[in-house]
Design a protein around this ligand. Structure first.
Ligand SMILES: Nc1ncnc2c1ncn2[C@@H]1O[C@H](COP(=O)(O)OP(=O)(O)O[C@H]2O[C@H](CO)[C@@H](O)[C@H](O)[C@H]2O)[C@@H](O)[C@H]1O
Length: 448
């Protein structure tokens, strides 16, 4: 286990950052979003730490953090993580004190206000690895740390080639970190680039020679992942930039300006930073295919950990299921499921068809008999049990947790709406994908 480095995982900081995956973040932070039937997004980053033998992990949480805090402490604290003794995830929820009034104002402010914990005598870390908590990727952080140490850098950024995908589809993205590096991969320039300022994608991919400085340059996208020497971090946050709130827009460019050594680690593996609903949907659909693209959930060399649950095996009766993943404890009657993610404790009624969709499942098994007519009031939604009723058709949708979907409904985005807020009716359409809100009730016969 590496004792000299500790990880700082960012939960979710603000209303703004939580909007990119809205409405999945209406009542939870980004890291707590269920993914691939059995997991939460934050499991990917925590598992990277565990698989990289980083034993001390601080999770800084603030906005909509109840379910994230609960998942982290139940899954990874104390005896929760079976067979992985010595690992510790410490949740530091945003707090106020006599000196520090108000909430954390950004990533730099959050770290600064937790320095007293990070500086603790019991904490032997000499470096910190700072990680966004909602990205889906596998990275051996030891490789990143090796680059950082071998180049004797103060800060090392993980960077990725900029895929054209982000330029073509990502209209809602407000900013990303644009990095220029020298032929030795030292960072020459870092700036957080607004959508309107984006460089031409073809030009960006090209390597260029800066005639003035005679430096060969290449451009990359920052992954928002940083290794920082403890001393440098304390100096940057307390002495040089005591009022800076944000790491990306203030601290990193500031460090380059004052001459600190900022190195880059080029990562060319699968990485999805979940910048919007379309990205989440795409990553979910990839999880249903046995292909080399996408996140490998089946890699025994790097286990994806999560909260162990005492769930019975899924009960599948006369159903036809293709190209799909099914979580634990589901009850699937005579239904047809294709290209879909079926979350834990999902119930689906007879003759229903689910295609290219993500069902997040349920937190509880309902005690009512499924479809009990005696408690149903037609057209009102009253008496509809959690799950999908019989004879319903759902295509290209995300159904959040604990949703009660009646019988004979159709969710296919029949009018081909691209963006639409129908929260009062229990759903939102984003990028042409219908998202049914957590706990929503969709009455019998509804057509969306
Ligand atoms: N006060 C707070 N407390 C706890 N958590 C907080 C927080 N404020 C923010 N966070 C979390 O910290 C992470 C970074 O969030 P930011 O909003 O600062 O940057 P963004 O994700 O847009 O871009 C970043 O990541 C992209 C890659 O996705 C880079 O390109 C870009 O340079 C970089 O700024 C997110 O996981 C966010 O939820």
């Amino acid at each position: 286990m590496i004792q000299s480095v500790a990880a700082i995982v960012f939960g979710d900081g603000s209303k703004e950052s939580s909007m990119r995956l809205y409405p999945l973040t209406k009542r939870r932070s980004e890291g707590a979003i269920p993914i691939a039937a059995n997991y939460r997004l934050i499991d990917a980053v925590i598992s990277n730490c565990i698989n990289s033998n980083i034993s001390k992990i601080y999770a800084l949480t603030q906005f909509n953090s109840t379910s994230l805090n609960s998942h982290l402490s139940r899954a990874y604290s104390g005896a929760g993580l079976v067979g992985k003794q010595g690992f510790d995830v410490e949740v530091i929820a945003a707090y106020q004190s006599r000196e520090d009034q108000g909430w954390f104002q950004g990533t730099a402010d959050a770290v600064r206000r937790c320095l007293w914990v990070l500086e603790d005598d019991h904490n032997s870390a000499l470096e910190f690895i700072l990680l966004p908590g909602h990205h889906l990727y596998k990275m051996d952080y030891q490789k990143l740390l090796a680059i950082h140490r071998n180049s004797n850098a103060d800060i090392t950024l993980a960077v990725a080639p900029s895929p054209a995908y982000h330029f073509r589809h990502n209209n809602r993205r407000s900013s990303f970190g644009y990095v220029e590096v020298s032929s030795e991969n030292e960072v020459i320039e870092f700036r957080e680039t607004r959508e309107s300022e984006k460089m031409n994608p073809t030009a960006e991919a090209e390597h260029s020679t800066n005639s003035k400085n005679c430096i060969s340059r290449s451009s990359y996208r920052s992954m928002g992942i940083y290794v920082i020497k403890k001393d440098a971090m304390i100096k940057l946050l307390r002495e040089y930039f005591p009022r800076a709130n944000d790491l990306a827009t203030e601290i990193i460019p500031g460090a380059i300006k004052i001459g600190m050594k900022v190195q880059s680690y080029i990562f060319d593996g699968y990485w999805e930073d979940m910048t919007d609903i379309e990205a989440f949907y795409k990553a979910s659909m990839e999880s249903t295919r046995n292909s080399t693209s996408g996140y490998n959930f089946y890699d025994i060399e790097s286990t994806l950990y999560t909260l162990p649950k005492c769930l019975p095996p899924s009960l599948i009766m006369d159903a036809i299921i293709t190209d799909s993943i099914i979580g634990g404890g589901c009850i699937l009657n005579s239904c047809n499921i294709k290209g879909s993610v079926i979350g834990t404790r999902t119930r689906i009624g007879d003759r229903s068809v689910i295609e290219d969709s993500v069902l997040m499942g349920a937190d509880i098994y309902q005690q009512t008999t499924y479809g009990d007519q005696s408690i149903r009031e037609e057209g009102t939604g009253i008496g509809i049990p959690i799950g999908i009723g019989e004879n319903s058709y759902i295509r290209k949708a995300i159904i959040d947790k604990n949703v009660r979907i009646g019988k004979n409904i159709r969710i296919t985005n029949k009018d081909n709406v691209q963006e639409g807020n129908r929260e009062a009716l229990g759903y939102i359409i984003s990028g042409g994908i219908v998202i049914v809100l957590r706990n929503a009730v969709i009455p019998d016969g509804s057509i969306i």
